[in-house]
Design a binder for this molecule. Structure first.
Ligand SMILES: [Ca+2]
Ligand SMILES: [Ca+2]
Length: 269
């Protein structure tokens, strides 16, 4: 009697396992790689747009309204290949006169969930309307933005973002974009936090490197420097094995604004 019940049960179980397996294969082998390819395609297209300096024209009625502007740019990202059904995970609009001509520029940062990256757009007023002047793409996911007056002569935007490029691995990064000659130039970036787990047969280690970033006028010239301090961890493994020690090192670095190259440069500390 038990055997008569267990045979159809076994078929049902096999069918369920088969269906779940196919589902996982579809998710793993079709869905994820496609997203990454799409991001690359978007970045390629955006690069062309930047090069030609003929960005999208945005009517004032849209550009001056936060909600309408975000909807407009999300629709633009879909036109550029962002898959349907992908939601925004973070958005921020900064309206400031970055160029000092009395007219506000607009910076829009949009981050998409499911590894679809962050897009930073610089929008300028042009002939009564607005125009996307520059778009930068990044595979990390932004979660915090602020503006700072560092270096003093310029306005900068600080973007904190994160990424999980692999199983058991993740990092957070801080990037400073400085408004120079009508562009957002990346003038400094540093890892805030890096985590990695390695677990396998007979082995297992966890490393976590944490860094603190402080702005301080160290040399008294009136300009802030970037103090980058923390503890880095990395595994040192015996040759040909995963028998590893975790090596800890103190990191203490100082970066000073270099007006010739217009970015922060590491100096002796
Ligand atoms: Ca301006
Ligand atoms: Ca200084």
């Amino acid at each position: 009697m038990n055997k008569a019940i267990s045979t159809p049960m076994a078929i049902i179980i096999i069918l369920i396992v088969f269906t779940i397996s196919i589902g996982l294969i579809l998710l793993g082998y079709i869905y994820w790689p496609k997203d990454e390819v799409v991001l690359e395609e978007i970045k390629q297209k955006e690069k062309v747009e930047v090069k030609d300096e003929e960005g999208e024209i945005i009517p004032s009625a849209i550009a001056l309204n936060d909600e309408k502007l975000i909807n407009f740019l999300v629709a633009l990202d879909h036109e550029l290949g962002l898959p349907e059904g992908i939601n925004l995970s973070f958005s921020k609009i900064i309206r400031e006169d970055l160029s000092g001509n009395g007219v506000e520029e607009i910076i829009v940062v949009l981050a998409y969930e499911v590894k679809n990256g962050t897009f930073i757009r610089l929008i300028e007023k042009k002939n009564g309307n607005y125009q996307v002047r520059e778009t930068q793409g990044d595979i990390t996911e932004a979660y915090q933005i602020e503006t700072i007056d560092v270096p003093l002569e310029y306005k900068s935007v600080v973007v904190d973002s994160r990424a999980h490029p692999g199983t058991g691995m993740g990092y957070e990064i801080k990037t400073i974009y400085t408004y120079i000659d009508g562009r957002l130039k990346e003038t400094w970036s540093g890892i805030i936090n890096y985590r990695e787990d390695y677990i396998g047969y007979n082995i297992g280690y966890h490393i976590e490197s944490i860094y603190n970033i402080e702005l301080k006028d160290v040399d008294g010239d009136g300009e802030f420097e970037i103090i980058y301090k923390g503890e880095s961890q990395h595994p040192e493994c015996k040759e040909g094995s995963y028998d590893c020690d975790i090596i800890k090192e103190n990191v203490s670095e100082l970066y000073k604004w270099d007006d010739d190259i217009k970015e922060y440069k590491k100096i002796d500390y």
